[in-house]
Design a protein. Sequence first.
Length: 456
Amino acid sequence: MQNRRLLSIAAVGLLLVAGVWLWNYNQENTRVRNSLESGYQRALFSMVDHVQNLNTLLAKGQVIQDSGQGVLTLASAWHEAESARSSLGQMPLGRFNLTSVQKYLAQVGDYSYSLARKLSRGETLTDKEQETLATLSQETDKLNRDLQTMIGSIKSKPTWGTKGVTVGVKGQPVAPAGSIADGLGKVDGRLKDEVPSITYDGPFSEHVEDIKPRAVSGGNITIERAGMIAEDFANKLGTKEKQTYRVTSARRVSGNIPAYSLIMKAEGDSRRPDITVDVSQTGGHVIHMLNPYQPGEATLDIGTAVQKAEEFCRAAGYDNMITTGSLRHPKNLMVTQVWQQGDTVAYPDFVKVTVALDTGEITAFDARGYLTAHRRRDLPKPKFTAEDAHDKAAARLTVDRIRSAIIPMSDASERFVWEVKGRANDQTFLIYYNAETGDEEKVLQVIESPDGTYTM
C-alpha cells in the first residue's frame, strides 16, 4: 500500500513537471513567434514609409534648381530606395518572385545616386536625365499608392500568404488572395509590364544587366544536385544552434543566370525561418542566399562581424578575397569582399555577405557581381608608374597608400588603374589614375562612420 501511494505521488509529480515544462516550451514558442511576427511587421511598414519618403524626394528633385539642394535630395532618395529594398528582404516572402520590385528600387536608388554625384561635380542635368527623373517620380508615385492601398486593407495584422499557397503557371507559387504576398505580387507584375527600361551610367542599368555572366561555367546540373549544393552552403551559415538544413521545395527560375530556387527548413526546429538559396542551372554556382533571421540586440562590433564574413567567404570557396567596405543596417552588417589577381584588386569581382550583429550568423549572400565579371585578366605593363601616380596625387593630398586595381566603368568596360588613397582637409579620398595614360578616371570620398565604411 505504501509503495502504491509513493508511486502515485511520483506519477503526479512527474505530470506536474511535464506540465510545467510543456507550458514553458509553449510560452517560449509563442514568444519567438511573436518576436518574428513583430519583426516582419516592422519591415513591412518600414518599407512603405521608405517608399513614401522616396516618392516625396523624387517629386522635389524635379523642381530644385540649387545644385547643393539637388545633391542632398537625390542622395537622400538613394538612401530611401536602398532602405526600402532592405526592408523588403526582411519579410518572410523568399519563395515568391518579387524581382521586379527589388530591381525597380535598385534602379531608382542607383539613378538618383548617379545624378547626385554628377551635381556634386558642378555639372548640370541634361534634358534626357530630367525626363527620366520625371518618369521615375511618376512610377514611384504609383508604387506608393499601390502600397498605401495594400496597407489600408489590413484589418488587424498582416496575412503574409505563406500558408495556403497553390501552384500556378510554370510551377510558380500563388499566394492566397488578399495576403501581403498576393498584394506585392500584383505590384511586381505591374512594374514588370508597365515600367519602361532605364538605360543610364550605373550598375543596375538595363544594358549592364544584360551582360553574359563570365564566371558561370560547367555543365547543366540536376535539381537534385542543386539541392545538395544548397544544403552544403546553408549549413555553413554559423547559426547559434548549429542547425542542419534540408531542402523542402525547389523550382526553376529564369533571369540573367537561370537557376534553381530552393527553400530549406531547419531540422527539428520549426521556429527557424526558411532559407532560400538560388543555384545556377549551369555549373551549380550559388548565386544568392536569403536567411530572414531577425537579429536581437547587437552585441558584435564591426570588426568581429567583418571577420565572420571573411571566414564565411573562405568556407564557401572564395579565395584571395579582401574586404573593401561595410555598411550597417540596424542589426545587420553588409560586408563587400573583392577578389585579388596577385596584388591587383579586381573591384568588379565582388560578393556581398550580410552578418547578424547578435549571433554572427550569415543572413544574406549575393555573388551576382562576382559571377558576372570574374575571370583572370591579361594586365598590361603600366606605362604610367606607381611613382608617377604618387607624384601627381601628392600635389592635392597626403598619400597614404598606392595599389593597382581594376575598376568598372559606367559603360560596363573596365580600366587598369593605380588607386591612390590619401587625406585632404581631414577627409579621406581615393583617386584612380589610368595605368597606361595617367588620366584621372574617378575620385571617390571614403566615408567612415559608426555604421561602417563606404565610398561616394
